[in-house]
Write a protein that binds this ligand. Sequence first.
Ligand code: ATP
Ligand code: MG
Length: 235
Amino acid sequence: MIIDVKALHKVYRNGKIEVEALKGINFSVDKKEFVSIMGASGSGKSTLMNILGCLDSVTAGEYILDGENVAGLKTNHLATIRNKKIGFVFQSFNLLPKLSSLQNVELPMIYAGVKKSERREAAMSALEKVGLSDRAKHKPNELSGGQRQRVAIARALVNRPAILLADEPTGNLDSKSSVEIMDIFQQLNRDGATIVMVTHEREIANFSNRIITFKDGYLISDEKVENPTQAGRDN
Ligand SMILES: Nc1ncnc2c1ncn2[C@@H]1O[C@H](COP(=O)(O)OP(=O)(O)OP(=O)(O)O)[C@@H](O)[C@H]1O
Ligand SMILES: [Mg+2]
């Protein structure tokens, strides 16, 4: 078990207004699972992802990540854990516009203090994994949306995180690019990656092995996908 969440509550407070975004969530994810999270807008999906990704703290409950209870930790300690354990992919890619693909992928390793020659090599090999070795010197605005997301995935993977989290990774992509991203996720998953992904689209969720559905801050269903759609052209 790599993720274990128990009675998880999250309340946002803005002055006098409180929003209870998560109202007691329980679930766990095993290593090497590929899980989708679905649910209407405002149901708590991104709130959960931000907590799973150690980007935000919990209000109450437990979050055990790879054997460590991170629920009570302060932001700076969370950041350390995030750098070690989590790769995050966002809907809007979040690449730095002035940096090349290679430099964007190198960034997490700079923060981690990896030396230059090693960084180059690891970043190139991550770009290779997502099929972009020939775009290493391109800047984000010289890439298609699908290619930008592949750079973001390479960046998320380069520190070999325990979990890959993706919040609507195909939200800004056309259907062909979306399937390419799902192909990469399925390959990574076959190679042993644990993936949790939010999506609005059932068709995208069907590439994963399990679908968890949220409604109004509650987890309302958790089902296995019997025959996941295969994105790869060669299987
Ligand atoms: N920083 C915040 N401060 C206050 N309220 C917030 C904050 N972030 C989210 N919320 C509220 O928490 C609830 C859950 O939001 P969340 O972003 O998790 O939804 P979501 O399921 O990701 O929706 P979407 O599909 O639109 O991305 C919403 O009611 C939202 O308005
Ligand atoms: Mg969201």
